[in-house]
Design a protein around this ligand. Structure first.
Ligand SMILES: NCc1[nH]cc(CCC(=O)O)c1CC(=O)O
Length: 310
């Protein structure tokens, strides 16, 4: 009997996602044996240092990738948002699952929305993308760092460390915490992270046997959207140290991409959007990246060196 092993981080969200992938695989292939291989990554352990200073988003993948290379696991399930714009060799992303709620959530125990926060309120997020959009909307807010997994962040909000925090709706919903979504920060006014809400499956490049088993899980429409978003990210910056937001939608054969580059220190936001053909998502991503460069995105790129994920 074939056994597939899924390498996964140990956070509640990562385990939920890995279990979800395992269940989808079992449902698609009767008799297939699927097991989880939970592991810790440096990205989970180092919580006090800005991510970009210690290696960026790739830190969440590295240990899982070693497990793939050494054959201890056949696939890894990731939040696509945490997958770097350029994947390491020799790995591949043969399957992207259907996207869940892509929006960010405003979470507060006292205030109904961003607009209702009092002057100078304390908002927790380590994401430069979220910080830049918060600064643009409310220059008066006090922005404070907040890392850790979803439950850790909620516990710190409940402890009174912040008046509000921003989290991804998808993560809250997957953990059964949708009741914590106080308000939705929806596109195109507020842009989510590249690939937010989608789960990506990573394998060794060239592992055709595993790729074939994953084929029924691949969602072509989600893939077209996130390919455009990731192409925009790649064309502007290779890592997570720049505040970039992007969101693509697909109607028929028309892809629509909104992109944003910001400055977390002063709330500068550059925005652009365009339409393209679903058959070439990369062309659309590069086109919108070019529009942002035309507005001066260059000056913001490379500026935000204390990068964080999100
Ligand atoms: N930054 C960590 C991370 N990576 C993916 C999600 C949520 C799930 C998703 O967006 O797919 C989260 C938590 C958050 O940003 O609140």
């Amino acid at each position: 009997m074939t056994i597939l092993r899924i390498a996964t981080r140990r956070s509640a969200l990562a385990l939920w996602q890995a279990e979800h992938v395992a269940a989808r695989l079992r449902a698609a292939h009767t008799g297939l044996d699927v097991e989880l291989l939970p592991m810790s990554t440096r990205g989970d352990e180092v919580l006090d240092t800005p991510l970009a200073a210690i290696g960026g988003k790739g830190l969440f993948l590295k240990e899982l990738e070693y497990a793939l290379l050494e054959g201890r696991a056949d696939l890894a399930a990731h939040s696509l948002k945490d997958v770097p714009a350029v994947l390491e060799e020799p790995f591949a992303l043969p399957a992207i699952l259907e996207r869940a709620d892509p929006a960010d959530a405003f979470v507060s125990n006292r205030y109904a929305s961003l607009a209702q926060l009092p002057h100078g309120a304390r908002v927790g997020t380590s994401s430069l993308r979220r910080q830049a959009q918060l600064r643009a909307a409310r220059p008066d807010l006090e922005l404070l760092d907040l890392r850790g997994n979803v439950n850790t962040r909620l516990a710190r909000l409940d402890n009174g460390d912040y008046d509000a925090i921003i989290l991804a709706c998808a993560g809250l919903r997957r953990l059964g915490l949708e009741n914590r979504i106080t308000a939705t920060m929806a596109a195109p006014d507020w842009l989510p992270g590249v690939g937010q809400g989608a789960i990506a499956i990573e394998t060794r490049a060239g592992d055709e046997a595993t790729a074939a088993l994953l084929a029924p899980l691949h969602h072509v429409k989600t893939a077209a959207c996130v390919r455009a978003e990731r192409a925009l990210n790649r064309a502007l910056a290779g890592d997570c140290s720049v505040p970039i937001g992007a969101f693509a939608t697909l109607e028929g054969e028309r892809l629509h991409l909104h992109g944003l580059v910001g400055d977390a220190s002063d709330g500068t936001l550059l925005r652009a959007d365009a339409e393209g053909h679903a058959g070439d998502p990369e062309a659309l991503g590069e086109h919108v990246a070019g529009m942002l460069r035309g507005q001066g995105a260059e000056a913001l790129l490379g500026k935000g060196a204390n990068g964080a994920q999100g």
